[in-house]
Each structure stands twice: as structure tokens, then as C-alpha cells.
Design a protein around this ligand. Structure first.
Ligand SMILES: Cc1cc2nc3c(=O)[nH]c(=O)nc-3n(C[C@H](O)[C@H](O)[C@H](O)COP(=O)(O)O)c2cc1C
Length: 218
């Protein structure tokens, strides 16, 4: 079974413009659990199967998180002033990728498996995908084109990240995936490792994976 899933996943990866970027499947924008059932099932869980998430599910997850849902380029998660400043990095065994919603690709940024850096708790590295939410504060400008003030940026980029995270929670509830949002992240180390410019700040991370076959003792 493990081998079959690995083959399906590998077969679904096609290389886009740059070596080893992952071209995502077209996201399925219909179906899933009724909203009220997903809300009833939403919860934080901190144990994961090491199995890969199927490639279609990965694409759907990213689209649910913050994909394009309208012709005008707006997204599944709202952002203050439509700044669209929240970037989603996917930390996986094969490397670190940046989700690019317009292109519907995962752009490879780093070759290394850095899942262990995406949170300080031991379970983080066991999830097949850890989403890391990064705010690009350079995008947060007033109508006059000048930078918003720093306190407003702090407030809005954290608020905007919350919407993305809740989209992921609801998608996971609907797909029976495990997830938990994490504030316990060594942001300084992670920003260094990702070689982020000084305007880009790590806000939260969120591991996602199938539930483990054997539930840990309560
Ligand atoms: C902003 C934020 C940061 C959080 N950080 C962590 C964390 O670092 N580690 C963790 O295990 N849970 C973390 N959580 C999950 C909470 O502990 C969890 O949401 C809370 O216990 C309620 O449980 P529920 O999500 O199942 O309703 C965080 C939740 C939020 C909203």
C-alpha cells in the first residue's frame, strides 16, 4: 500500500519550468463534507501517519488554504486591503517549496528535509507536510503606496494568517486529516534557514497528515 501511494505520488509530479518544481493537479473545488459537519469535526491533533498525502489532496489542501477562487484573482482566504501577503511554504521530505497559487505549482526553494525546523515539538517532523505561513510585509502598503505602519502590519498579517489556518483546519476536518496550528516555532532560526528577506516574517506553522494507524495512548 505504502509503495503504491509512493508510486502514485511520484507519477503525479511533473516538472514545470524549473527543475523539481511540482506542478499541482487542478484543485477539486466541489464536494467535501457539508460545512456544518466540518465545523463540528474541526479539532487539533498531534499525531500523524508517515504516509504521503495523495497528490490530489495536497493540491486541494493548498487551494483551500489560500488558492484563487475568483476571476478577479481573489482568494479562498481574505486579506486586509487584499494585500495577499501570506505566503505558504510546504516543508516535505523532498525539500521546501513555495505555493504559487496563480501558477498552481510548488516552487522548490530548498533541497533539504527541514520539517524538524517547522516547530519545536517532536511530532512536527513526523507529518508528511508542514505548512509554514510567512507574511511578506513589503506588500502591506496604504492607498498612497506608502508602507502601512508597523503596528498595523503586525496586527493584519497575524489576523490574515488565522484565516488561512482555519481554512486548513476545515479542509482537514472534511478530509479526515490530522492537523494543528503551531505558534511554538523558532522564527529566528527558520527565517535564517529559509534565507528570507528582512520584510518576510514567519507567523505560524501547521503540520498536516493522515491519522496514524495506531492512535497514541490518551
Ligand atoms: C495561534 C495558535 C497557536 C497555537 N500554537 C500551538 C502550538 O505551538 N503547539 C500546539 O500543540 N498547539 C498549538 N495550538 C493549538 C491549541 O492548543 C488548540 O487550538 C487548543 O488547545 C484548542 O483545541 P482545538 O483546536 O482542538 O479546539 C495553537 C492554536 C492557536 C490558535
Amino acid at each position: 500500500m505504502k509503495k503504491t501511494l509512493a508510486i502514485i505520488f511520484a507519477a503525479s509530479i511533473t516538472f514545470s519550468g524549473f527543475a523539481q518544481d511540482i506542478k499541482l493537479a487542478e484543485p477539486a473545488k466541489t464536494g467535501g463534507m457539508p460545512l456544518m459537519s466540518a465545523l463540528a469535526a474541526r479539532k487539533s491533533t498531534r499525531a500523524f501517519s508517515p504516509k504521503e498525502i495523495p497528490s490530489q489532496t495536497l493540491s486541494n489542501l493548498l487551494w483551500a488554504a489560500s488558492g484563487l477562487n475568483r476571476e478577479n484573482g481573489k482568494m479562498t482566504a481574505p486579506t486586509a486591503c487584499n494585500w495577499q501577503e501570506i505566503e505558504i511554504y510546504a516543508f516535505m521530505k523532498s525539500g521546501v517549496y513555495l505555493y504559487m497559487p496563480k501558477e498552481n505549482i510548488l516552487k522548490k526553494c530548498l533541497e533539504a528535509d527541514m520539517r524538524a525546523m517547522a516547530g519545536i515539538q517532536d511530532f512536527v517532523k513526523t507529518a508528511p507536510v508542514v505548512l509554514v505561513y510567512v507574511a511578506d510585509r513589503a506588500k502591506m502598503k496604504g492607498r498612497d503606496g506608502k508602507d502601512a505602519d508597523e503596528k498595523a502590519k503586525d496586527f493584519y498579517c497575524c489576523t490574515d494568517t488565522g484565516f488561512v489556518s482555519q481554512n486548513v483546519y476545515l479542509f482537514c476536518a472534511s478530509e479526515k486529516l490530522n492537523t494543528v496550528v503551531l505558534g511554538l516555532v523558532d522564527r529566528v532560526e527558520l527565517e535564517k534557514a529559509l534565507k528570507l528577506s528582512k520584510e518576510k516574517k514567519v507567523i505560524l506553522s501547521q503540520p498536516v497528515g493522515l491519522p496514524p494507524e495506531v492512535q497514541p495512548a490518551p
